[in-house]
Design a protein around this ligand. Structure first.
Ligand SMILES: NC(=O)c1ccc[n+]([C@@H]2O[C@H](COP(=O)([O-])OP(=O)(O)OC[C@H]3O[C@@H](n4cnc5c(N)ncnc54)[C@H](O)[C@@H]3O)[C@@H](O)[C@H]2O)c1
Ligand SMILES: CC(C)[C@H](C(=O)O)[C@@H](O)C(=O)O
Ligand SMILES: [Mg+2]
Length: 352
């Protein structure tokens, strides 16, 4: 069980330390942790946010536990050298095209979300975000027009096979949940989205047991706060999924709670190879202060045990410990409490 641990920048190291502590307490036989440098930290040390030795560690590992990357001091660098290229590069290099971002309201937090409790209480959804395509990975650039104005441009596209493979992941996820799938796009304006919708409908023929609906992304953003309980599995493209998942995090209380799994088709002897990270970033505004909520990172480790190592019982054990800590009122500043990163980690560890 080789686990690559890439802590990255800002609060990354702080929250990863707590997730690693949880894994170590579980005392899993044969677990080996291999650290690697990513992001601004890697750029400072090796001159690149995703050095070759880190890529080699990622290839050799069965799963990757990823913290976060991002450092405002690096924002002047050419794009290829910016910290974010580490996570984008790993997703592409390992063909991790399916990003699962679950959002559920924990017991005791119903009054602490950005929604009314009776609205928030109903949330139990899974965003299936495509992770290898869209405007993220199209050609891009800046140019000067004939009249001298500067123009920035980014090419948005999806090929049908890219849509088909994420659609299959989403339909299968819906089969394992309530059998409802909502595909979110902007087909009223974008050709990319029209193809997305057409292909999702084609794939639906193979899943007659799943009830498929479609929604435009602007409406979806509105419905997510109006009546989030209507959603079960949501499948969407890279950019829309990025935005909707941050929004979903506040519907359940905090961005410090949302975990994610990024999966492809590679199978190891234990399960599906994947990368596991919180949906939040390096939070430079609170980095180094011991204030970050490590729960999203700890829950990402739980997802890793489930998807990459087939250890469902251990995953549930971690999730139950997090839920119990929250139910007992252990909350970080993100939830209006005063518990620090280490104290939250202690609370989870003591409930395992
Ligand atoms: N996957 C990733 O590594 C990833 C994801 C998102 C953003 N980023 C990068 O992170 C940097 C900061 O981006 P941003 O500020 O837009 O987003 P962010 O998610 O880092 O922070 C947004 C806000 O949420 C708070 N927050 C985030 N995680 C928290 C936690 N665990 N506990 C408590 N509060 C938390 C922050 O303090 C901040 O106020 C940027 O460089 C960005 O590119 C990286
Ligand atoms: C850091 C950035 C490249 C990343 C993304 O946009 O995918 C982040 O926002 C995320 O949600 O994982
Ligand atoms: Mg994001």
């Amino acid at each position: 069980m080789k686990i690559a641990v890439f802590a990255g920048d800002g609060i990354g190291a702080e929250v990863v330390a707590e997730a690693v502590r949880v894994l170590e307490v579980l005392d899993l036989p044969g677990m080996e942790l291999i650290e690697g440098d990513v992001g601004g930290a890697a750029w400072r040390k090796h001159g690149h946010p995703l050095p070759q030795q880190t890529i080699d560690i990622a290839h050799a590992a069965d799963a990757i536990l990823f913290g976060s990357v991002g450092d405002f001091d690096c924002d002047h660098l050419e794009r290829a050298l910016r910290p974010e290229q580490a996570i984008l590069g790993l997703r592409k290099e390992l063909t991790l095209f399916a990003n699962l971002r679950p959002a559920t309201v924990f017991k005791g937090l119903e009054d602490l979300t950005s929604l009314r409790p009776e609205v928030a209480r109903e949330i139990d959804l899974l965003i299936v975000r495509e992770l290898n395509g869209d405007v993220y990975f199209g050609e891009k650039g800046t140019r000067t027009l004939e009249d001298g104005r500067r123009q920035g441009w980014d090419m948005m596209s999806y090929a049908e096979d890219e849509v088909r493979r994420i659609a299959h992941v989403a339909f299968r996820a819906a089969q394992g949940r309530s059998g409802k799938l909502c595909s979110v796009d902007k087909a009223n304006v974008l050709e990319t989205s029209q193809l997305w919708r057409d292909v999702v409908i084609e794939v639906a023929a193979e899943y007659p047991d799943v009830e498929l609906s479609h929604m435009y992304v602007d409406n979806a953003a509105m419905q997510l706060v109006k009546n989030p309980g209507q959603f079960d599995v949501v499948v969407t493209g890279n950019l829309f999924g990025d935005i909707l998942s941050d929004q979903a995090s506040m519907c359940v209380g905090s961005i410090g709670l949302l975990a994610s799994a990024s999966l492809g088709e590679t199978q190891t002897q234990y399960g599906t190879k994947g990368l596991y990270e919180p949906i939040h970033g390096s939070a430079p505004d609170i980095a180094g202060q011991g204030k970050a909520n490590p729960m999203a990172q700890i829950l990402s480790a739980a997802m890793m045990l489930r998807h990459s190592f087939g250890l469902e019982d251990q995953a549930v054990r971690i999730e139950a410990a997090v839920a119990s800590a929250l139910a007992d009122g252990i909350k970080g500043g993100d939830l209006g409490g005063s518990a620090g990163t280490r104290a939250i980690g202690d609370a989870v560890v003591s409930r395992l």
